[in-house]
Design a protein around this ligand. Structure first.
Ligand SMILES: Cc1ncc(COP(=O)(O)O)c(C=O)c1O
Length: 388
C-alpha cells in the first residue's frame, strides 16, 4: 500500500485555524503556516470511508460511545505499543483538553500545586491556571541539545507539597520519547511521594524511526496513580473532531475522573468522531507506518540542513512532527527572533518563549507537511541567515 504525503492539499474554505488565523497570530496572512500541531496531510482513506456513510445517514442525534470503538483502541494499544489495556479502564470524552482538565480536577483541589516540565506544551499551564491550580516548574535539563528530566528537583517539588504531575510523553516541544529507564525512575518517585501522573500521550503513536514510544502505564500497576490521555487527534490529524480517551487501571482514580466527566458534561459522543476513531484504530496501521517513515525522512532533512554547527539548529526530534529550533546563537531577544521568522523568512512558527522556562531563544517548527513545503521553509531560513 502506498500513500502520497507529498501531495499538497488545499485547505481553503475549510476554516482551518492553522491558515485562517495567520493574520491575527503573525500580523500577516501570507506566512507559511508551520505553527500549531496540525498536519497538512489528508486523513487516511479508511477514516474518510467511514465518515461518508455516516454523513449520508441524515440523523445526527445523541450518540453513544460504541463498544466497537473502545475495542478498536484496545487492539491499537496492544499492536502498536505492546500495552495491554482493558476496556473498562477507558473513559471517552469529547475533547482532548477538556479531558485533561477533567483529569486535573479529579485529582486536585483549587490551589494545589501541579508539576509541569517546561519548556512544555502551553495547554498544561493554561489548564492548571484555568482550574485555579498552581503550576510548579520542574524544568527539563538541556545539555548540547539533549533534554532529560531533573529528578532531584522533581523530588523537591514533591517535598514542597505538589502531588500531581502533567507528563508530556513524548514531549512537545523538545521531541523526547522518554525511555523505559526514565519513566521507571519517574514512577519510583511518584510512588514514593504519592504523586498522580497525568500522562498526555497524544503524540505517542508518532515515534520516529530509531525510537519507540513507551506508555508510562505499561510500567505501572493498578495501585499506581497514573492516568493516560489518548486520542486519534494528532496521529491521524483529527483534531477538529475532538475525541479523547482517558485510561486508568486505578479504580479509585477512574471513579473520580468519571465523576468529573459527568459533571462537566463531556460524555456525549460526536457521531463523526466515533466513526472516524474506530476506523482509524482498526485500519490505520499501514498509513501510520508510512507517515512515521515519511516524517523520519523529513526529520533527517531538517537535521542535515540545520546541523549543530548552524546559527539555527534543530534539536533532533524522537517523536512527532515538531522540531525545536535552537536559535540562541543569533543572540536575539524573543521579540526580535519572532520578527526574524515572520518578516525575513515569511514563516509562522511558534515562539519558544510560549513554552515556559527554557523556551527563550527557541522556535517550534511544525514539519508535518509535504516535504516541498518544509524544503521551501528551510531555503527561506538559509537565505535570511545569509542576509542577516
Ligand atoms: C501534548 C498535547 N496535548 C494536548 C493537545 C491538544 O490536543 P487537541 O488539539 O487535539 O485538543 C496538544 C496539541 O497540540 C498537545 O500537543
Amino acid at each position: 500500500m502506498s500513500f502520497d504525503f507529498d501531495q499538497p492539499v488545499d485547505r481553503a474554505g475549510t476554516h482551518a485555524l492553522k491558515y485562517d488565523l495567520r493574520a491575527q497570530k503573525f500580523g500577516r496572512a501570507d506566512v507559511a503556516p508551520l505553527w500549531i500541531a496540525d498536519m497538512d496531510f489528508a486523513a487516511p482513506e479508511c477514516v474518510t470511508q467511514a465518515l461518508i456513510p455516516r454523513a449520508q445517514h441524515p440523523i445526527y442525534g445523541y450518540t453513544t460511545w460504541p463498544a466497537g470503538m473502545l475495542d478498536a483502541l484496545v487492539g491499537w494499544c496492544a499492536r502498536r505499543h505492546h500495552w495491554q489495556v482493558e476496556t473498562d479502564w477507558l473513559l471517552p470524552a469529547n475533547g482532548v483538553l477538556a479531558a485533561l482538565s477533567a483529569a486535573l480536577q479529579a485529582c486536585t483541589q483549587a490551589g494545589d500545586g501541579v508539576i509541569v516540565q517546561p519548556p512544555v506544551y502551553g495547554g498544561f499551564v493554561e489548564a492548571a491556571l484555568a482550574c485555579r491550580r498552581q503550576p510548579v516548574d520542574n524544568q527539563l535539563h538541556e545539555e548540547a541539545g539533549h533534554y532529560t528530566m531533573d529528578f532531584a528537583q522533581l523530588e523537591q517539588c514533591a517535598r514542597a507539597g505538589a502531588r500531581t504531575l502533567m507528563l508530556c510523553n513524548p514531549h512537545n516541544p523538545v521531541g523526547r520519547a522518554w525511555s523505559r529507564d526514565e519513566l521507571t525512575e519517574l514512577l519510583r518517585i511518584a510512588r514514593q511521594y504519592g504523586i498522580t501522573v497525568i500522562s498526555d500521550e497524544v503524540h505517542g503513536d508518532l515515534a520516529l524511526p530509531g525510537h519507540v514510544h513507551q506508555p508510562l502505564a505499561a510500567l505501572a500497576t493498578a495501585q499506581d496513580r497514573v492516568i493516560t490521555l489518548l486520542s486519534p487527534s494528532k496521529t491521524f490529524n483529527l483534531q477538529g473532531l475532538g475525541l479523547a480517551v482517558l485510561a486508568t487501571a486505578n479504580p479509585e482514580l477512574r471513579a473520580a475522573v468519571a465523576h468529573q466527566l459527568e459533571a462537566l458534561h463531556l460524555v456525549g459522543a460526536n457521531p463523526f468522531a466515533v466513526a472516524a476513531a474506530e476506523a482509524a484504530w482498526r485500519g490505520g496501521d499501514a498509513w501510520v507506518d508510512a507517515l512515521q517513515t515519511y516524517l523520519g525522512a523529513t526529520r533527517d532533512l531538517l537535521i542535515a540542513r540545520l546541523p549543530a554547527s548552524n546559527a539555527i539548529h534543530a534539536v533532533p526530534p524522537q517523536a512527532s512532527y515538531l522540531a525545536w529550533l535552537d536559535c540562541r546563537a543569533l543572540r536575539k531577544t524573543d521579540a526580535e527572533l519572532r520578527d526574524f521568522f515572520i518578516t525575513h523568512c515569511g514563516l509562522g512558527l511558534n515562539p519558544g518563549a510560549d513554552y515556559g522556562q527554557g523556551g527563550s531563544g527557541f522556535m517550534r517548527f511544525n514539519f508535518g507537511a509535504p516535504r516541498k513545503m518544509v524544503e521551501t521553509a528551510l531555503d527561506r531560513i538559509a537565505a535570511a541567515l545569509k542576509s542577516a
